[in-house]
Design a protein around this ligand. Structure first.
Ligand SMILES: *[C@@H]1O[C@H](CO)[C@@H](O)[C@H](O)[C@H]1NC(C)=O
Ligand SMILES: *[C@@H]1O[C@H](CO)[C@@H](O)[C@H](O)[C@H]1NC(C)=O
Ligand SMILES: *[C@@H]1O[C@H](CO)[C@@H](O)[C@H](O)[C@H]1NC(C)=O
Ligand SMILES: *[C@@H]1O[C@H](CO)[C@@H](O)[C@H](O)[C@H]1NC(C)=O
Length: 630
């Protein structure tokens, strides 16, 4: 759900762009006009994520003139061909793209969701009007394109060059910055110049959902289109939405990392120094020894290390950054709000935000909930809670609030790098383990003087819990790190990406050499949770799934449970199918059964005995991103 304020802003800007055909001509700035009527060609079958393999302009070759009367083969359409049509941007700044003439219901009746995946190519005209002030330089454009996979801008007249494609915000990530794009050719400073904007529109059912949820058979793409001329005159900008911070607990930073989002509008900038205001004695903000440079149009997060000798109780950290580009120098004054917390006031489900350096240099945050009891004498294994796809733990309270109460131990809530992450594999898995390590290190810090039973040993084991993509991640963690995971609570999990949206309608499948196909298919082995289930014969598993899940079919959890029992009929897995429930319901994880399971596992965590006499260890797939052996 976008925040209301963001939505309003999008509406206002889009309205300004689309409403008047005559733009407001300013004497000092370039103005941009975007034609609200788009040419559309499609739909063409693709498999999930295949847009990353085929040309974004498929089936067009943008180096050749376009014939808008031409028809193209597409197996989705009646008669087997499609041609060009039109679509309009609405006043809300969104372009709703659909192909109602396609018999989607018939296609999905035998191909399932795979038949809803489709690709289209879209085109409209951007017109740039020069300012009357002749000394103004060339404009640069900011593209904020939501649910768009790729876009490019090419001169409308003149020799077509090979287009440069940019990634759109197909995941509709919160806090994504608009992309700063250089025009392929300078516009005229005397008269309006026209460019073609091409967009690749790819319906991804993983991202956009099943149209049946909206009582329709027709999949609809809602492409958010916002393009502006960069108005800032500052060559280097503090992008606050990209900042990374941590809470302070009893005056001490709950982490050692701060991050400052810096964007270069023009030029190569190197951070030269940081100077704090004098009233923050005892709190040092330090630059890394490694030189930090930002390329033109790039945004990076500057890593800063917090060093404290005495407690700090301010609500804002204030310092100046000095940046240099050649002989030019700039000062960015940073004022970063922080939340001050008192240990004795933390109760119930209150979350603390910690920070650490991911892969030694990237400032990252995580959330955590301390154990409710302060009188435990030794540490219980923490609960690692993996969120679902698109859940922004830093911006919304939803996920911590959805968790069952963990009476004994810390709950660690990692970001997995972003709200979508990488399905809790690779860098996302690494982020989760690194969040746990960071928390463990924090609990050892003397100045925090935490209760003895709150100190987490560095080699601790964990319970993993998660919903949806996080449920899938729970199976992944339990089966890939069986020595680290004592119990797992996966809810509404899918087995693996290839089983979620089948890749059966692949365009590439018609042409690929079988040996190349073997390599490509093997490279998906890390996703194969089912292949690694043999490792779970001695892990306690409590799985949940809504019987009418409209997002991840309940068959996935049934199949995982069945495959595990095929390895070991007495495996301690309990699968509960909640009849009539959908993908999300408030008791999916927070229910008496989970609470009893957590109590049973945690109160008995140090004398678990393997039940199986022998087992098969499945291992040896791609190991990229696995941080270390615990
Ligand atoms: C696209 O068209 C250009 C110009 O005709 C040609 O050189 C190029 O080979 C074509 N590309 C493909 C992939 O067909
Ligand atoms: C430090 O001084 C600045 C400027 O005088 C002030 O705004 C800020 O609140 C002070 N910070 C603390 C922690 O006292
Ligand atoms: C710890 O505190 C809780 C509630 O504050 C109490 O119910 C429990 O008995 C105490 N445990 C010990 C070992 O003292
Ligand atoms: C399965 O695990 C639960 C939770 O730890 C435990 O209470 C139960 O006794 C176990 N069942 C078997 C058959 O081992």
């Amino acid at each position: 759900m976008p925040h209301l304020a963001t939505l309003l802003l999008a509406v206002i800007t889009a309205y300004a762009m689309v409403s008047g055909q005559t733009p407001f001509l300013s004497s000092y700035a370039w103005t941009l006009q975007i034609d609200p009527v788009w040419d559309v060609l499609g739909p063409f079958p693709v498999h999930a994520r295949e847009q990353h393999f085929i040309s974004p302009s498929f089936p067009l070759n943008l180096s050749e003139p376009i014939d808008y009367q031409q028809i193209w083969p597409s197996s989705y359409a009646d008669g087997g061909t499609v041609g060009w049509s039109k679509a309009n941007i609405g006043v809300d700044g969104y372009l709703e793209l659909s192909f109602p003439d396609i018999r989607w219901k018939s296609l999905r009746s035998y191909e399932g969701w795979a038949a809803l995946q489709h690709h289209a190519v879209l085109r409209t005209t951007l017109t740039l009007h020069p300012p009357s002030d002749p000394i103004a330089g060339s404009p640069r454009l900011l593209f904020d394109l939501k649910q768009v996979s790729y876009f490019t801008i090419v001169p409308q007249h003149g020799s077509p060059a090979s287009p440069e494609w940019h990634a759109g915000n197909i995941y509709d990530m919160e806090r994504a910055l608009p992309e700063l794009v250089e025009l392929p050719t300078d516009p005229s400073h005397l008269s309006p110049t026209k460019y073609d904007l091409f967009v690749s529109g790819d319906y991804e059912i993983r991202l956009f959902g099943d149209p049946l949820v909206r009582n329709s058979d027709v999949p609809v793409q809602r492409l958010g289109i916002r393009v502006e001329v960069l108005s800032s005159t500052s060559p280097v900008v503090h992008q606050k939405t990209q900042d990374v911070s941590c809470d302070f607990l009893d005056g001490y930073a709950f982490g050692d990392a701060l991050g400052i989002g810096i964007q270069s509008a023009a030029g190569w900038w190197t951070v030269k120094g940081v100077s704090a205001t004098s009233n923050q004695t005892g709190l040092d903000i330090l630059l890394s020894d490694v030189s930090f440079t930002i390329a033109p149009s790039q945004t990076r997060i500057l890593p800063l290390r917090i060093h404290q000798t005495t407690p700090f109780f301010g609500e804002t950290i204030i310092f100046d950054l000095t940046l240099e580009s050649g002989t030019d120098s700039q000062i960015l004054s940073i004022s970063m709000p922080v939340t001050q917390r008192r240990l004795r006031e933390i109760t119930g489900r209150q979350v603390l935000k910690g920070s650490f350096f991911f892969a030694s240099s990237m400032p990252s945050s995580f959330l955590t909930m301390p154990p409710p009891m302060t009188n435990v004498s030794s540490a219980y294994p923490p609960m690692l809670a993996l969120h679902g796809a698109g859940v922004d733990i830093l911006g919304q309270p939803f996920w911590p609030e959805a968790l069952p109460e963990n009476k004994f131990s810390w709950t660690v809530i990692p970001t997995g790098r972003t709200s979508w992450g990488l399905d809790w594999h690779g860098p996302s898995a690494r982020d989760a383990w690194a969040s746990l390590d960071a928390l463990s290190a924090m609990t050892h810090r003397r100045e925090l003087s935490l209760p003895e039973g709150w100190v987490i040993p560095p080699d601790t084991k964990v319970i993993v819990i998660g919903h949806s993509n996080g449920g899938q991640g729970t199976w992944y963690f339990a089966s890939r790190y069986p020595d680290k995971v004592i119990a797992a609570v996966p809810a509404a999990a899918f087995i693996k990406s290839q089983a979620y949206i089948p890749l059966s309608l692949a365009r590439s499948g018609h042409f690929i050499d079988p040996s190349l196909r073997a390599i490509l298919e093997s490279s998906l082995t890390p996703d194969d949770n089912d292949l690694h289930l043999s490792n779970l014969v001695d892990t306690r598993v409590l799985a949940f799934h809504g019987g009418d899940d409209e997002n991840v079919p309940v068959r996935h959890s049934r199949e995982l449970s069945s495959a595990l029992k095929a390895w070991y009929p007495s495996a301690n897995i309990s699968f509960q199918e909640d009849a009539g429930q959908g993908h999300w319901y408030s008791t999916v994880l927070d229910n008496p059964k989970t609470l009893a399971f957590l109590d049973a596992v945690l109160s008995n965590h140090d004398n678990e005995e393997p039940q199986s006499q022998s087992f098969t260890l499945t291992e040896g797939t791609l190991k990229s991103g696995i941080p270390k052996t615990f």
